[in-house]
Design a protein around this ligand. Structure first.
Ligand code: UT7
Length: 343
């Protein structure tokens, strides 16, 4: 059986920088740079321009990852697209990315499968689990895994929505998961979920048990109340569960890989809140220099946080071949996951 390794990484963030002060001055939100930095570590985030969507952000990241892997888009056997902010309710952004990459065009069209992954902040790890299984089983030689979000279009950028809207930003990260005979690569991916907390961090928009699924006005236009339109979150509950679930998942990943936490050279955690990751590191005795962060610059980009951070760490030389890397994420669902990769 082949091993699966990450043969290329890439990322893209849109150029528009939105600082914490911009949230106050441009959007009129009653918040402050100090409040946001103290509670979350976030200093700024990126917002995509009107007209730009999640598949487009994903395409930039995907092309960078393919170039880093030395591959053409036509070499890919499968696309996995993790997002909670797809371009449309359906179809998924995976098929839109496939179209953008042009693999279905020309004399030898490659009508490769494209699958969307709906696991929010854990989406990248759910995708890595799937990519690893596809490559190790021999079903695919190269899987393109993208995590991308356009949150800015669906944030309540008013004081009412500040608990959620001050946290999130737009961006995309991508990896190519490829087969290798070498003794390296993904040592396992460990996933978990606890649907008892499904509504603790949730954006309902519609309720499919209702007839019709959104209330209508007299002219047949949909009417969505603000608490359904925008994401709702019990932040404290998410915070507590995040620390517990990610630390448990990392310990599990080590046990399965017959490693100690101290054997891991670099920790790449989901970027939801710098404080969550500091608690996690404290609890597990991880020295600060072994963990990388970029939430200060991008906020929480949900499915994109880990692949962006991997791509940045490769580019900066912090992540080098031969290193052992630990990944962990937690988010809405609740869902969580961890992985250890021999890079
Ligand atoms: O990927 C997973 C996604 N989410 C997370 O990981 C989030 C995890 N949770 C958190 O990061 C924190 O719970 C938050 C940063 C979201 C909030 O921090 P907190 O210390 O738990 O604050 P809180 O929600 O308990 O709110 C405390 C106060 C409230 O005011 P009152 O009711 O005490 O008057 C909020 O209205 O802080 C207020 N508040 C804000 N004030 C200024 C909430 N958001 C803001 C804001 N600026 N942006």
């Amino acid at each position: 059986m082949a091993n699966a390794y990450i043969s290329g990484t890439g990322f893209y963030v849109p150029p528009q920088v939105v600082t914490n002060d911009d949230l106050v001055k441009k959007y009129g939100i009653e918040t402050s740079h100090e409040w946001i930095v103290q509670r979350t570590g976030i200093e700024e985030r990126r917002f995509a321009a009107e007209g730009v969507g999640t598949a487009e952000l994903g395409e930039h990241a995907a092309r960078a990852a393919l170039a880093a892997a030395g591959l053409q888009a036509t070499d890919i056997d499968m696309i996995l697209f993790a997002t909670l902010s797809p371009n449309y309710a359906f179809p998924g952004s995976g098929v839109l990315l496939q179209r953008r990459l042009g693999v279905a065009e020309g004399d030898n069209p490659r009508l490769i499968p494209a699958m969307d992954i709906r696991n929010q902040c854990s989406g990248f790890l759910y995708g890595l689990y799937t990519a690893n299984a596809m490559v190790r089983s021999g079903a695919a030689k190269h899987v393109l895994l993208v995590g991308a979000e356009t949150h800015s279009a669906a944030l309540d950028l008013t004081t009412r929505g500040r608990t959620v809207s001050s946290l999130f930003g737009d961006g995309a990260g991508a990896v190519v998961v490829s087969a290798t005979d070498e003794e390296r690569g993904i040592q396992g991916v460990h996933l978990g979920a606890d649907g008892r907390h499904a509504e603790v961090l949730c954006q309902k928009v519609w309720d499919i048990t209702k007839r019709p699924f959104v209330p209508l006005d007299d002219e047949g236009r949909g009417l969505v109340e603000p608490d359904h339109l925008w994401a709702q979150m019990d932040g404290r509950k998410v915070f507590r569960h995040a620390v517990m679930a990610m630390s448990g998942a990392l310990v599990d990943a080590c046990t399965h890989a017959s490693l100690e936490l101290g054997d891991i050279d670099l920790f790449v955690f989901h970027q939801a809140n710098l404080r969550i990751n500091q608690y996690l590191a404290d609890q597990l005795g991880i020295p600060p220099e072994k963990a990388v962060h970029n939430i200060q610059r991008y906020g929480n980009t949900t499915a994109a946080t880990i692949p962006i951070l991997l791509a940045e760490s490769v580019a900066s030389g912090k992540l080098k071949p031969g290193m052992t890397v630990g990944l962990a994420a937690f988010g809405s669902g609740f869902t969580w996951g961890s992985s250890i990769i021999k890079w």
